[in-house]
Design a protein around this ligand. Structure first.
Ligand code: SF4
Length: 160
């Protein structure tokens, strides 16, 4: 997987202290993107899922957020390996994505990754819908989706 950066102790990428993985590569090209230097899928550094896992597990206090870039632009099998191992070891996982929930669960390999995530913040950033008062989101079209509830209900259930 291509990784731009892993930051520790983020308080803006979900509740509590989180280690945030910024993956490299994004196809969405949102106007006003907060991180356009993440768009190049050949940017950053090539890392194995096990290497990322070891960095994240070295910090026992932080939960984990996948960001970018577009996490689902990575190899889904490797992303699944990373997410499932983190979950098996007790990490709460949030994931930002420019794809909509409905797109993710209509693809078998991305749905398989979702099954190991706790919350997905879905949809592209839309400049015209930017709202600085939103917590953990950039624009009002985006949703904080509670993944396990949504999979069980077969419709998106918002995280509260
Ligand atoms: S999905 Fe995120 S990283 Fe990708 S262009 Fe949109 S705001 Fe930027």
């Amino acid at each position: 997987m291509r990784v731009l950066n892993i930051i520790q102790d983020s308080i803006v990428d979900g509740p509590g202290l989180r280690s945030t993985v910024f993956f490299a590569g994004c196809p969405h090209r949102c106007k006003g993107c907060h991180n356009p230097n993440s768009w190049n899928r050949r940017g950053g550094t090539e890392m194995e899922a096990a290497d990322i896992f070891n960095i994240l597990m070295a910090n026992p206090f932080n939960d984990v957020t996948f960001s970018g870039g577009e996490p689902f632009y990575q190899n889904h099998h490797e992303l699944l390996t990373l997410a499932s191992e983190l979950k098996r070891n007790g990490k709460n996982i949030w994931c930002y994505t420019g794809y909509k929930w409905e797109q993710l669960i209509s693809c078998a390999s991305s749905k398989a990754v979702c099954e190991y995530l706790d919350v997905i913040i879905d949809g592209p950033f839309i400049m015209e819908k930017r709202d600085l008062n939103l917590q953990f989101m950039g624009s009002s079209n985006q949703r904080l989706i509670a993944v396990s509830l949504s999979l069980a209900a077969q419709e998106p259930i918002l995280f509260e």
